[in-house]
Design a protein around this ligand. Structure first.
Ligand SMILES: Cc1cc2nc3c(=O)[nH]c(=O)nc-3n(C[C@H](O)[C@H](O)[C@H](O)COP(=O)(O)OP(=O)(O)OC[C@H]3O[C@@H](n4cnc5c(N)ncnc54)[C@H](O)[C@@H]3O)c2cc1C
Ligand SMILES: *[C@@H]1O[C@H](CO)[C@@H](O)[C@H](O)[C@H]1NC(C)=O
Ligand SMILES: *[C@@H]1O[C@H](CO)[C@@H](O)[C@H](O)[C@H]1NC(C)=O
Length: 529
């Protein structure tokens, strides 16, 4: 009997060493045979490789022939495919990139300078809404549009606080924070996550209880890709009124934009927490003359009459009148904010590939003191001098100020009046063109230094920006990573490093802005000493 067992185990050992000689063999061996992984694995010689790779590249800067390509792509439709990908990437010394919606502004979910594979989550996109307990399980490969659609299909009284652009992926969005136009009432997406399923560096599938509270804390804003592959999330839905109100008002400098934006800084973070007024600023030419256009986009969680009263009391400078208010359902307001004409069917939220992709670069800042009128005018001047910048001011306050900085890794809570997103978007090809746009956004960022948060100058992780610092090749040290890490996470960075060192000591989940493991950083310094 024991001889047979011994024989079988020797035989198995032999089989294991033989059949995992190649990557496809390794992947098959470590995944569930009833869900063949070969059917969802794409090597460069597969005709589907280019379209699969390109499908979720949302920034054309990372779609050129010289952009490094993965050795292979696995598009899991079963959790064992994720487990096998981790085990085999480790075995073959290949780095892994995890992609959900592919909206990473600097392409870190699908580009690397070393041999790498992509785990591409787009097949794992179920949304299961439970109206009774006002919760949902949503898989990481879903878009937030699919989530909003799934909720609205089941209930007109429930919604979820997350981003504005419906093609954003749940995987990256939730693991980096997730803010949108209900944040002043409800906070961020991460403030409403109650459970998750993750595959860790050992290939184990863990829920909240299995992973423990530290790791569960880390993945709600600390960036998932430093810790594992998040398969799905359980979220608590939030109540939305039957009728919400939106408006969009444009003012140029000639129509008093400077005064109104200046005033906005004093009210936008203090006004009624059901009201979110975003300002989008861009240089335009009106009747042959350059000017700045300020677009005020608003969502109010209530009816038009209440909104008019709130505006009359707190922000009469904008001059809102009844005809500018549009009442609608919450799901229609999602479409309005995503720039669809009023009356568009919510079905468009299920479209994953809308308008043609463009070249882009974004950066972010936090404003903690109102900027004076003269200084604002200086900023407008500077904006008109460079290439096509767009500034978006997003107000904070409300619920955001009530949540402690340490509650989640996302630290930008009380004390911020608004966040700025800087953006340049272009369609022309070519390196020269790209550097002109990149220079223009970088020079504006420098210009803004005196007006924004300092020590550290804070940034929002989901507005990925490699300009603020990246890990070097190999295992980053604490010192290297804290350059960018403190900007995204402030003092929470240290807790993230502790958790990383415990759950992924060998630093398998690493990339240009991954949280460092002190265990691996240490082994490097031992070698080099
Ligand atoms: C048009 C547009 C509009 C946006 N609007 C908003 C907005 O309103 N509010 C806001 O907060 N943000 C917004 N963002 C930013 C957005 O939240 C981030 O880019 C977000 O990280 C995108 O998630 P993704 O899954 O699409 O991206 P990906 O590129 O797939 O991933 C981003 C990062 O998360 C990691 N990751 C992805 N999936 C997983 C997973 N399953 N497990 C572990 N790690 C994972 C990736 O490796 C990468 O590091 C917007 C972005 C764009 C392009
Ligand atoms: C606005 O408020 C003032 C008092 O502050 C009031 O006299 C006026 O009627 C209000 N207008 C509207 C439209 O509510
Ligand atoms: C990173 O650290 C791990 C273990 O801590 C080590 O095995 C690996 O070789 C290191 N990688 C590099 C590139 O130095």
């Amino acid at each position: 009997m024991s001889a047979i067992v011994a024989f079988i185990s020797i035989f198995l050992l032999h089989v294991v060493t033989v059949v995992s000689d190649t990557i496809p063999q390794c992947l098959s061996l470590h995944s569930d045979p009833s869900h063949p992984i070969s059917a969802v694995t794409y090597f460069p010689d597969n005709p589907s490789f280019p379209p699969i790779l390109e499908a979720y590249i949302r920034n054309l800067r990372f779609s050129s022939p010289t952009t490094p390509k993965p050795s292979f792509i696995v598009a899991p439709n079963h959790v064992s495919h994720i487990q096998a990908s981790i085990i085999c990437c480790k075995k073959f010394g290949i780095e892994m990139r995890i992609r959900s919606g592919g909206h990473d502004y600097d392409g870190l979910s699908y580009v690397a300078e070393v041999p790498f594979a992509i785990v591409d989550m787009f097949m794992l996109k179920s949304v299961q809404v439970n109206v009774e307990d006002e919760s949902a399980w949503v898989e990481s490969g879903s878009t937030i549009g699919e989530l909003y659609y799934g909720i609205a299909e089941k209930s007109k009284a429930l919604g979820f606080p997350a981003g504005v652009c419906h093609t954003v992926g749940v995987g990256g969005h939730f693991s980096g924070g997730g803010y949108g136009n209900m944040m002043r009432r409800f906070g961020l997406s991460v403030d409403h996550i109650v459970d998750a399923q993750i595959v860790d560096a050992e290939g184990r599938v863990l829920d909240r209880r299995g992973m423990g509270e530290d790791l569960f804390w880390a993945i709600r804003g600390g960036g998932g890709a430093s810790f594992g592959v998040i398969v799905s999330w359980k979220i608590k839905l939030v109540p939305v009124p039957q009728v919400v109100t939106v408006f969009r008002i444009e003012k140029t400098l000639e129509q008093g934009a400077s005064d109104i934006v200046y005033q906005w800084q004093y009210v936008a973070n203090k006004i009624h927490d059901g009201l979110f007024i975003r300002v989008v600023l861009s240089p335009v030419t009106k009747m042959g003359k350059k000017t700045i256009r300020a677009k005020f986009n608003a969502l109010f969680l209530g009816n038009a009459q209440e909104l008019l009263q709130v505006m009359n009391e707190s922000f009469p400078q904008l001059g809102l009148v009844g005809e500018q208010c549009i009442q609608m359902s919450w799901i229609d307001s999602v479409l309005f904010w995503d720039n669809y004409p009023v009356g568009t069917s919510p079905n468009v939220l299920l479209q994953r590939h809308g308008t043609a992709e463009k070249f882009l670069k974004k950066k972010s800042d936090y404003v903690q003191q109102p900027i004076s009128k003269t200084e604002l005018e200086g900023i407008w001047q500077k904006m008109m001098e460079v290439k096509k910048p767009v500034f978006t001011f997003n107000p904070y306050g409300g619920k955001m100020s009530e949540i402690s900085e340490m509650e989640t890794p996302f630290p930008h809570r009380a004390g911020n009046i608004y966040k700025i997103q800087y953006s340049v978007i272009w369609q022309e090809k070519g390196g020269d063109v790209a550097s002109r746009y990149l220079n223009s956004i970088r020079s504006l960022y420098d210009y803004m230094t005196p007006y924004v948060s300092s020590s550290p100058r804070s940034s929002y992780l989901n507005y990925r920006d490699v300009d603020i610092g990246v890990n070097g090749p190999g295992n980053a040290t604490y010192a290297q990573a804290s350059v960018w890490g403190k900007k995204y996470f402030k003092t929470n960075f240290d807790r993230l490093v502790k958790i990383k060192t415990r759950v992924d000591p060998s630093n398998f989940f690493r990339y240009e802005q991954s949280i460092p493991s002190l265990a691996s950083a240490h082994s490097i310094s031992l070698v080099s000493e």
